[in-house]
Design a protein around this ligand. Structure first.
Ligand code: G6P
Length: 634
């Protein structure tokens, strides 16, 4: 959570910092601030609320400084107000710090610093860092040495940006278990938590690795390990096309991203599925630049991290799969389990990544651990994967960000081809994660001889047909809107589904609550009678995901149980389903589809329903309250 930026060069720093922060708003939007050094004086502009508030301050103050750091916050310690907004200063007001992460021992440090006479102005854990650096600087008279001494005292995972009034020609960046990138321009340098934010200015980037400190000047960057040893690292080239972030005529990014799903699926399939008669290959024949991979190390620094590099022997030796993920990625993983178990006959366990902490992960040298994370930065997911690695497991990541931390810590990576997802609520990346699981299931089944060539060909052809079916759902958008708005005044909504569509029910409930703030819960349909049914009455809509196949009849029975309690009955069902038409008050229909692939379709009417209700209720659809897209604290 939280985004860090920096700029040093000939241009006015504040507008550059603002435009970098715009790209990082997905990491938090409780408050934002900048620290700049103008005419030899350190000054801070910061404001609670969205970035627009900071923008107004900058417009009013018109700072001309050419060096500064900035921050967009997702509150951990202290409410989101002006005082707790970053940057934070030391007592002499000459050192400013922006921070992403948590300092776990901040309370004992704060106590010690207060005894030594430091006055604190915020409730954050960050402020101790500014005071510590300042104290060490008084002794050392050297910023780097002061920072080395300070990091020795800090516990936790964090990334920092630091400026000092006494050294206006430098920015310091510190990385301990997070991501920070330094962008190198022509006589100017940039800093950002996510290289996407510097890509608008330069495609030459040096990424900080764990336990590293960067001393940044207009000429470039010097890297040091926490033990003081200088580290040499060549810059890497980012994708040559800067990310375009615009709504493309849609009212919200969310709606645009829902509509991008057919294209996203086509792109992900095109990358790994050359032809239905050819095996799935995760060594892509297209790089992020849209070119064929070459051996040019610098040019292909990102694409090199792509691919699944397990040998046939290793794939055959896998006797268990463990998946770790959070949020929407966890729901995709629950579908992934059923896909892989069905195709490959390998047991798959799925855990919420944060729930793997403090217990023994059941993995070993014959386990494949898969971490699924859109951002590739979710702290809980990364920790779980690191733990699995320590226990000797093979590891694989599924992410939308080949430049993420996840990509750095696993040799095997499936990259979903979604482009940047701006809206905080995940939609297109969920569908792409599901697609990756279908491809992975087929890949493993082919390698292990668990399916025949004929079966593999049929599965791939069916998968290739999905984008067209998605287009058919999106063409009914208006119908779905009208049907959804009938339920906009609900206070509680229950979602049920079975088998492959139980996770769809969970995802449907998550979308509705995060976008509209209406309380919603997803249940396995068979569980309804074991408790949740107590909440049903005529005011509660029940959304049932029901498609023809192995669990159709039983799901219908569970829906009948809800109907008998006078619940308002909504179904996501296949067109032409007469039974559904009789049972439910409202049917959000999808084209006919094989049950096995149905999760790729059933979620879409729910995404649209959640969007339309939230928009109708006037909610902040793209940036719902209290959320962040990338959750980098545990
Ligand atoms: C946050 C986002 C969710 C996302 C989850 C996991 O909570 O708001 O939309 O599903 O993090 O994120 P990841 O990047 O690991 O998929």
């Amino acid at each position: 959570m939280c985004g860090i930026v920096g700029y040093l060069g000939p241009a006015k720093a504040a507008p550059v910092l603002l435009s970098e922060l715009r790209c990082l708003e997905y990491r938090g939007y409780d408050s934002a601030g900048v620290a700049i050094i103008q005419d030899g004086e350190l000054s801070v502009l910061k404001a609670a609320g969205k970035l627009n508030n900071l923008e107004k301050l900058i417009t009013d103050n018109k700072p001309t400084a050419t060096v500064g750091i900035g921050h967009t916050r997702w509150a951990t310690h202290g409410v989101p107000n002006d005082q707790n907004a970053h940057p934070h200063l030391d007592s002499s007001k000459t050192i400013a710090v922006v921070h992403n992460g948590i300092i776990e021992n901040y309370e004992e440090l704060k106590e010690e610093l207060i005894k030594e006479g430091c006055a604190f102005e915020s409730d954050t854990d960050t402020e101790v860092i500014a005071h510590l650096i300042s104290k060490e600087y008084e002794k050392e008279k050297d910023m780097l040495k002061a920072i080395f001494k300070t990091v020795e005292r800090l516990r936790g995972a964090y990334a920092l940006g630091v400026v000092s009034q006494k050294h206006p020609d430098k920015i310091y960046a510190i990385n301990q278990h997070y991501s920070l990138s330094v962008g190198l321009g022509n006589n100017e340098s940039f800093l950002a938590s996510d290289s996407m934010a510097v890509r608008q200015y330069t495609n030459k980037v040096v990424r900080l690795e764990q336990s590293e400190i960067a001393e940044i000047t207009v000429e470039g960057v010097r890297l040091f390990a926490f033990d003081g040893k200088e580290v040499k690292r060549r810059p890497m080239s980012l994708d040559s096309n800067p990310y375009v972030i615009d709504k493309g005529g849609y009212k919200h990014f969310l709606l645009k991203e829902i509509h991008e799903q057919p294209l996203v699926l086509r792109q992900t399939l095109a990358k790994y599925l050359i032809h239905p008669t050819k095996p799935v290959s995760f060594i892509p024949h297209i790089t992020p630049n849209g070119n064929a991979p070459t051996n040019n190390e610098e040019e292909n620094a990102l694409s090199k991290s792509y691919g699944v590099h397990l040998s046939d022997m290793e794939v055959k030796g896998i006797d268990r799969i463990q998946v770790v993920a959070c949020g929407t990625a966890y729901h995709a993983s629950l579908v992934g389990k059923l896909i892989i178990e069905q195709l490959c006959n390998i047991p798959v366990a799925v855990d919420i990544a944060s729930e793997t902490r403090g217990r023994r992960l059941m993995v070993n040298e014959s386990t494949l651990t898969i971490a699924v994370s859109q951002s590739g930065e979710t702290a809980d997911t990364l920790s779980a994967l690191e733990e699995a690695k320590k226990l000797g497991s093979f590891t694989l990541g599924i992410t939308n960000r080949p430049d993420s931390h996840l990509a750095q810590i696993t040799p095997n990576l499936i990259v979903t081809e979604c482009g940047i997802e701006v809206s905080v609520a995940a939609t297109k990346t969920y569908l792409a994660q599901l697609t990756s699981f279908y491809l992975l299931g087929i890949y493993l089944a082919e390698k292990r001889g668990a399916i025949s060539a004929e079966q593999a060909k049929k599965l791939k052809s069916d998968l290739n047909a999905i984008p067209t079916l998605l287009e058919q759902i999106l063409a009914r958008e208006n119908e779905i809107r009208m049907a959804s708005l009938k339920y906009a005044d609900a206070h509680d909504v229950v979602f049920i589904g079975r088998g492959l569509n139980y996770p769809t029910a969970l995802e449907g409930a998550l979308k509705l609550k995060e976008l509209s703030y209406i309380h919603a819960s997803g249940y396995a349909a068979g569980e309804l009678k074991h408790g949740p049914i107590a909440v049903l009455d005529s005011k509660v809509p029940v959304v049932t995901v029901i498609v023809p196949g192995s669990v159709y009849e039983k799901t219908l029975s569970n829906a009948q149980e809800a109907r008998a309690r006078n619940a308002q009955m909504i179904a996501v069902a296949c067109e032409g389903d007469e039974q559904a038409a009789k049972t439910f008050d409202t049917v959000l229909s999808i084209p006919q589809v094989d049950e096995f692939f149905s999760p790729l379709l059933t979620v879409v009417p729910m995404q649209l329903m959640s969007y339309f209700i939230a928009d109708y209720l006037g909610k902040d659809v793209d940036q719902p309250r209290n959320l962040a897209k990338s959750v980098t604290v545990e």
